[in-house]
Design a protein around this ligand. Structure first.
Ligand code: HAM
Length: 464
């Protein structure tokens, strides 16, 4: 060791852990994530949605204006930071809708055929109190349909969410809770009545509700605290104040859900925790946890585009919580397909055998066989032990003698039966034994075509 290196004192090692409320997604859980993404992509494409990703962080003001200043998400849960030079404040995205609406306006998507249908699968960040189903980094898939006020859109989004739950085997555990919170006009009257009702009852309200009474009395209706809930049950009912247009819209959404045979529970208490909603709001609950840990939620947000600087544009959307869906899949004992299974292990001894093993591994993989080989210096016993741990179906074994004789041993790992075959026939034999169905073949050159058109610069995928 050089003097310089040895004289340098090593810092005391520290065992780092993930911060509270955030998690590694280990390979076992990636199998669930992969199947969920696959189902979402499939259902989204079937219905004409195109995928979008917005940045992980954006102007804090976008969320304050979009989601609402008085909401828990903005007031308590936003991860925000100032730029190095100070001045602008940014925040990690706590949800997807505000960013997508910003993107719709920024890229002039109102010039595209309307409505614009977008979907996303992304991580989000909320400084929530960590507990089961509540994390500080979590993932959502979501759908936004921007540019169409028809109740058919609300029903279509709800149906899409339902189909995804059904594909993943959890639809039966979930109930759809649905409500209308009307338009700003009919809501204003209702909000005034609610305020009048709750004023004077502050002693029985939780701290949050006392504050909400000022900012957004509607939120008092879905407080989870016992005392607030009892008061909320006797509060004025929106059904008595809703305007004819909003009533008609709601009725049509319900009729369309009936037409596609989706069950729902009308829940006049449901208002959702984000300020941008108007008319339809809905959540998917599981019977044991109810509102506490909804699997997903969404609704109409006809005024958000305008509020964020665009033209008046109606819209509707939904987002599902991927971690919560994985928990429900595991509770229902649904196994995600393991696509990482290794089929064959190539064991070798000696440098000449290593060269052949490397060639065989390359050929096997090109044929679509998941193949692994120990290219280190482990003994044959250790290599076969490793093959066992990976639960491979077959092992190909060769040493210097086999290389010289151009032969190789093919071992069936479950029965232990071995046969000696020519090296040149090994790949063909393994492929035959595994069967076409287990081959994992993907040839990107079949999909990637050369673009021969002259393209304007703004069409480039990665934008400045
Ligand atoms: P949200 O109800 O705030 O709605 O979130 C949707 C789903 O994300 C929740 O139902 C839940 O499954 C999951 N989720 C939320 N917070 C956490 C957390 N801390 N840990 C784990 N999962 C969580 C929205 O975000 C709206 N943007 C939905 C929408 C789209 N509305 C219209 N378009």
């Amino acid at each position: 060791m050089s003097k310089k290196l040895s004289s340098k004192k090593l810092e005391k090692p520290v065992k780092f852990q993930t911060p509270r409320g955030v998690h590694d997604i280990l390979p076992e859980d990636h199998a669930y994530l992969t199947v969920i993404k696959k189902v979402v992509r499939h259902r989204a494409r079937q219905a004409g949605f195109r995928r979008i990703s917005t940045p992980i962080f954006e102007s804090k003001d976008l969320f304050t204006r979009g989601v609402g200043k008085g909401t828990d998400i903005v007031e308590k849960e936003l991860y925000s930071f100032a730029t190095k030079k100070g001045g602008e404040e940014y925040a990690l995205k706590p949800e997807g809708t505000a960013g997508i609406v910003r993107s719709y306006i920024q890229h002039g998507m109102n010039q595209l055929p309307q409505p614009v249908e977008l979907y996303y699968i992304e991580p989000f960040f909320r400084h929530d109190r960590p507990q089961k189903g509540r994390y500080r980094q979590f993932h959502q898939f979501g759908f936004e349909i921007i540019g169409e006020p028809d109740p058919g859109i609300d029903a279509q989004i709800i149906q899409l969410a339902h189909l995804i739950h059904a594909d993943l085997g959890i639809a039966e555990k979930l109930t759809l809770q649905i409500n209308t919170i009307g338009c700003p006009k009919c809501r204003e009257k209702f909000t005034d009545q609610l305020r009048d009702y709750f004023i004077g009852k502050e002693r029985n309200l939780c701290k949050n509700c006392v504050r909400r009474l000022e900012e957004n009395p509607l939120r008092l209706l879905d407080c989870k605290e016992e005392d607030c809930r009892i008061l909320a049950e006797n509060a004025p009912k929106f059904a008595n104040m809703i305007c004819d247009d909003c009533k008609d819209h709601h009725q049509k959404v319900l009729e369309l859900l009936d037409a596609v045979e989706i069950d729902y529970t009308e829940n006049p208490q449901l208002v959702r925790g984000l300020d941008y909603y108007s008319r339809t709001v809905f959540e998917f609950w599981d019977e044991s946890e109810g509102a506490q840990n909804s699997v997903g939620g969404g609704g109409r947000y006809d005024f958000l585009v305008e509020q964020l600087g665009g033209l008046p544009t109606p819209a509707c959307g939904y987002a599902g919580g991927i971690e919560r869906i994985i928990t429900h899949m595991k509770d229902s004992r649904i196994l995600a397909p393991d696509k990482d299974q290794i089929d064959i292990f190539v064991a070798q001894l000696g440098f000449e055998a290593k060269k052949v093993a490397l060639q065989l591994l390359t050929e096997l993989r090109e044929e679509g066989v998941h193949a692994l080989g120990a290219l280190g210096k482990a003994s044959m016993k250790d290599q076969l032990g490793k093959a066992d741990k990976f639960e491979v179906k077959y092992a190909l074994i060769l040493g210097e003698v086999e290389v010289r004789e151009k032969k190789i041993i093919l071992r069936d790992m479950s029965s232990g039966v071995q046969e000696v075959i020519p090296i040149g026939k090994a790949v063909e034999k393994v492929v035959k034994k595994l069967g076409k169905k287990s081959l994992d073949k993907y040839d990107p050159s079949k999909e990637l075509k050369k673009d021969t058109r002259v393209r304007p610069e703004e069409e480039l995928l990665i934008r400045d």
